[in-house]
Design a binder for this molecule. Sequence first.
Ligand SMILES: NC(=O)c1ccc[n+]([C@@H]2O[C@H](COP(=O)([O-])OP(=O)(O)OC[C@H]3O[C@@H](n4cnc5c(N)ncnc54)[C@H](OP(=O)(O)O)[C@@H]3O)[C@@H](O)[C@H]2O)c1
Length: 246
Amino acid sequence: MIKNIYVFGATSKIAEETIKNFANDGANFYLVGRDTDKLEIVKKDLIARGAGKTEVEACDALDWEKHPTTISNADKSIGQLDLIFIAHGTLPDNEGIRNNQMKVIEEFNINCTSVISLSTVASEYFETKGKGTIAVISSVAGERGRQSNFIYGAAKGGVSKYLEGLRNRLFEKGIKVITIKPGMVDTPMTKDLEKGLLFASPASVGKQIYKGINVGRDVMFVPGYWKIIMGIIKSIPESIFKKLKL
Ligand SMILES: NC(=O)c1ccc[n+]([C@@H]2O[C@H](COP(=O)([O-])OP(=O)(O)OC[C@H]3O[C@@H](n4cnc5c(N)ncnc54)[C@H](OP(=O)(O)O)[C@@H]3O)[C@@H](O)[C@H]2O)c1
């Protein structure tokens, strides 16, 4: 049973909607993010829903020297961790930054390097304990490079590929690695995008992620229809795909 949960990016709307469900089960939380005031609001809400011991710690994703400390602090504070859930991210303006070398590197570092850093520390932590679950929010955007979002897509694709190998590496040790691939979700990250039929609510996505983590899925498209959509997109030959405005 998942009782002690570390969350990086705990102020993310999708993360919040996911962990509310674990709070209903009485889980303990160690919430990490860059804004302590926002983390305190999430903490209050989780406790009102039935969470047990809940602590917060400030850490920027780019501050990777601190990643190991946040995980060992969590262990000391709420006890041996069952789940490390990594949820932070940013959606850059692809067209606006695509020729800005430093901005592209920064976005890649937030969405890929920092996630791999945390997953590496999580993997080392659970290997010493002999059990645990690492669940990471990647994206359907990582399935195929498209002109409208290839910077974010490349970062998410890197994350998904890393997790695929990590899952393979940790399987025999009884440690689960879960790759979560949401489609479009109505959260602060997508506030400037026009909302269409394919947009899902964070509450329904959070519920599906909660269920998927509990049953130990390997890879989750949320909502599930994105598996079909991305299957079709991936099947288009590159000679045709490169001409499309996607
Ligand atoms: N919404 C979608 O359509 C969608 C689709 C596919 C995948 N995703 C992924 O789902 C995850 C959650 O996103 P969301 O939709 O819930 O968006 P969100 O509510 O805007 O959450 C983004 C989170 O990332 C945190 N963050 C950003 N930069 C950070 C940094 N340098 N250090 C620490 N934390 C940082 C934000 O912290 P602050 O609260 O301090 O800003 C916030 O908690 C992300 O990985 C995103 O890429 C989202």
